[in-house]
Design a protein around this ligand. Structure first.
Ligand SMILES: [Zn+2]
Length: 332
């Protein structure tokens, strides 16, 4: 059994307090390999941003949880070596059972999400409460994120056909009964790189899909019910058209890609939204560069020369997010 404190990691409690009062959101970037982790840490050290490293259950299966834990420990040392110690959280994304959450906590995760949002309300409450009771009873206090409302889209093991928005009338009761440290809500974000069906969108003059706007009215209503309480947005990639174009130029096929415009996320980050999950954008940046390199250098077969440029692009993307979208730069 390991405590996250031995790994040099922190939970989210203090970070969220500062983010809510400071009007910014922490980046929650998913990782499952070395290059992603290098890019995240380099970007966050350079922009002096705290960071949440997210591991999904799919990533856990792909990369092994012990390896990931030790990579997170290595990330703390790497940041130090780069010259600036930033707060680093190791977070389980979309934990679906009590047992999985406990297993991750005992491995050294400093924060977990228990996602009971697809269950009926009372079952969601009971499951979430059970995880919170264990996580908070520990000496090291592991923070817990719950979810109300369902996001559409596909993300690793998580998929839902239809979204339904968070009901503001439920949030107060949910917090009281479960004791969660933060709450993921559904206000129109969505998992994956095709967040909306074309028929849900309009098109601009160039035929580019314009998504329906986020439901800021619901967010405001929720904020009124639970003032200052940390809110989380999942599925918040913007799906940059430049990356989609590069991927398609070099043989990929990503029809009907559409994300959440960055200015809407910036607006959300200024509210009580204090954690914004971004995964698909990183996948797109990496894939775009890998395809480009493989096409332009057909004789290249050194994985470092193929993944290196992808890593550099990823770092650029994350720096941009911290500075221009989340507002988390210079907060660490
Ligand atoms: Zn999610």
């Amino acid at each position: 059994m390991t405590s996250y404190t031995e790994l040099g990691l922190v939970n989210t409690v203090e970070l969220f307090k500062k983010a809510v009062s400071g009007g910014y959101a922490l980046p929650a970037y998913n990782f499952n390999n070395l290059e992603q982790l290098q890019a995240i840490i380099q970007a966050c050290v350079e922009t002096k941003s705290p960071v949440i490293l997210q591991v999904s259950s799919g990533a856990r299966k792909y990369a092994n949880q012990n390896l990931l834990k030790n990579m997170a420990k290595g990330a703390v040392e790497f940041a130090h070596e780069l010259g600036h110690d930033i707060p680093i959280v190791l977070h389980l994304d979309h934990g679906d059972t009590y047992e999985l959450c406990v297993d991750c906590i005992e491995t050294g995760f400093s924060s977990v999400m228990i996602d009971g949002s697809h269950f009926p309300y009372d079952e969601n409450v009971a499951l979430t409460k059970k995880v919170v009771e264990y996580a908070h009873s520990r000496k090291d206090y592991v923070s817990v994120e719950g979810e109300l409302g369902v996001l559409a889209g596909v993300e690793d093991d998580v998929s839902a056909e239809k979204s339904h928005y968070t009901q503001p009338s439920e949030v107060e009761d949910f917090l009281k009964k479960t004791g969660v440290d933060s709450l993921a809500i559904s206000i129109g974000t969505s998992h994956g790189r095709a967040k909306f069906k074309p028929e849900q969108c309009t098109r601009d003059a160039n035929g580019i899909l314009i998504p329906p706007p986020l439901r800021f009215d619901i967010l405001e209503e929720i904020e009124k019910k639970i003032p200052g309480f940390p809110i989380v947005l999942h599925g918040s990639s913007s799906v940059p058209i430049e990356y989609v174009k590069i991927i398609e130029k070099y043989g990929g096929k990503l029809s009907d890609s559409v994300g959440i415009p960055e200015e809407q996320l910036r607006r959300a980050a200024k509210s009580a939204v204090c954690k914004i999950n971004i995964d698909s954008d990183g996948r797109l940046a990496m894939t775009a560069m890998i395809r480009k390199v493989l096409f332009e250098k057909p004789d290249e077969f050194d994985p470092r020369k193929i993944l290196g440029p992808a890593r550099d692009e990823l770092k650029k993307l994350y720096s941009h997010k911290n500075v221009n979208v989340l507002g988390s730069a210079n907060r660490a």
